[in-house]
Write a protein that binds this ligand. Structure first.
Ligand code: DQA
Length: 147
């Protein structure tokens, strides 16, 4: 099963960007961790990232057309992009909004997400684990022996 993991602006700078807030893991490392958990869970995880709002919107259209589940970190677009929100609203499969930091514990402008109302769920504040928990949720319950 294919899953898209999409990231927005400035996330390519992870590792060196405000490490006190975002940690020291690079985006390449985060992407690799997502792909390897995906393999364990039987998911074909494809990680894409862009600083460009239009590119993210086109990827969300592709996800809607192909009914692909999505893990989305909209980064700063979270707080003001109605265009991204409208693209997310077209989803035909689950979409989980993720954040590395906890936006609610930060500046007031980060307290509002225009994406959350149209997402299946939101996971924030757990660093890389926000992504890994989202992938586990999309994979569904782990198969049990004898089940
Ligand atoms: C972020 C939180 C946003 O407020 C911020 O603009 C980001 C990253 C996070 O993952 O914690 O770029 O989405």
């Amino acid at each position: 099963r294919r899953v898209l993991v999409l990231g927005g602006p400035n996330l390519g700078r992870l590792g060196s960007r405000e490490p006190g807030i975002y940690g020291t893991t690079s985006y390449a490392e985060l992407a690799e961790t997502c792909r390897s958990l995906g393999k364990e869970l039987g998911l074909d995880v494809e990680v894409r990232r862009s600083d460009d709002e239009a590119e993210l919107i086109h990827w969300l259209h592709e996800a809607a057309d192909l009914a692909l589940p999505v893990v989305l970190n909209p980064a700063a677009f979270t707080h003001y992009s109605y265009a991204l929100r409208d693209a997310v609203a077209q989803r035909t499969a689950p979409l989980i909004e993720v954040h590395l930091s906890n936006p609610h514990a930060r500046e007031p402008f980060r307290h509002r997400s225009v994406i959350s109302p149209v997402a299946s769920g939101t996971i924030a504040g757990l660093g890389t684990d926000s992504y890994l928990l989202a992938l586990r949720s999309l994979a569904g319950p782990a198969p049990r022996a004898g089940a």
